[in-house]
Write a protein that binds this ligand. Structure first.
Ligand code: TA6
Length: 279
């Protein structure tokens, strides 16, 4: 295990961002004129053996402990692996960092398939993230994936998440029971839900006086997580009071929405953040 070097810090007139090769993990995005949009834990470890707590972890090729709840490490190996920086390109006022990850003998132990994953993060007026996976082998495989975004908010108890009304969700803090959202989502207890939609949400934040627009492409699920008091305290790398200033809004393809890829096929999922006035 070794300590991670500094992230790649990127800056244009439209904003700044930062990304580690470890996990191809975005840890900062600050559009011009705004405060930081992503939440980072003050107690996150930055070493090669653990996942960074905050920013945008990439969960791949499974989510949590996988579809049969047996897999380790949690959320797959992608966030624990150093990706290869392919290039950094500045264009039209934004800068894009591209990383790739190929299967290795080590990944094949856990996930016996040949693949190439490519992650692009475009830092500009918007933050645009894409994760594509190509099947390089000669038989079909399936995988789960999530862009597990930690959003920084003024006070999680005062936000409302708009865009999920009428959507079915799996409530992981209530025995994975299936429920239907009524109205906007507010956070008033531990929240860990898989909403069966990828149509995007708006996070209305009266304390920071802004709305964060979350848009997704080719994601069938939206995961919403806030650990609340007890879980936050139990997690060593999570600030005890960190639950007050974050909410995870994740674009995902999990459980029966896992992606199947035939040989040579590619699937690409996208996630975009932009900041607007308080709705
Ligand atoms: O996305 C929500 C979730 O799967 C929760 O169940 C919670 O455990 C969280 O991710 C964090 O997982 P981690 O492995 O990073 O501690």
């Amino acid at each position: 295990m070794s300590v991670l070097r500094e992230p790649l810090r990127l800056s244009t007139a439209s904003g700044t961002g930062a990304i580690f090769d470890h996990g191809s993990h975005v840890v900062s995005w600050r559009p011009a004129g705004q405060s930081e949009v992503l939440w980072m834990s003050g107690t996150s470890t930055f070493d090669s053996g653990t996942a960074i707590r905050g920013g945008i972890p990439i969960c791949f090729p499974w989510f949590g402990s996988g579809r049969d709840s047996t897999l380790i490490p949690a959320h797959g190996f992608a966030r624990l692996t150093s990706w290869t920086l392919v290039d950094v390109v500045e264009r039209d006022g934004a800068v894009t960092a591209t990383h790739s990850l190929l299967d290795t003998r080590l990944t094949q132990n856990a996930f016996p398939h040949r693949f190439m994953a490519v992650h692009t993060a475009r830092f500009g007026e918007h933050l645009d993230v894409h994760l594509s996976v190509e099947n390089l082998g000669d038989s079909e495989f399936s995988y789960e994936a999530a862009l597990h975004t930690y959003l920084r908010v003024g006070d999680s108890r005062q936000i409302s998440v708009h865009g999920l009304d009428g959507v079915d969700y799996i409530d992981k803090v209530d025995g994975a029971s299936l429920k239907t959202q009524e109205g906007d989502l507010t956070v008033a207890a531990e929240t860990d839900r898989i909403y069966r939609t990828g149509s995007g949400v708006d996070v209305i934040d009266p304390v920071l006086g802004r709305t964060v627009h979350v848009r997704m492409s080719h994601s069938a699920d939206t995961v919403v997580w806030n650990p609340w008091i007890t879980r936050a305290t139990a997690l060593a790398d999570f600030d005890d009071d960190g639950w007050q200033s974050m909410v995870c809004i994740e674009g995902a393809n999990v459980l029966e929405n896992a992606i199947s890829l035939a040989p040579g096929e590619i699937h690409s999922m996208g996630y975009q953040l932009s900041v607007g006035a308080l709705a």
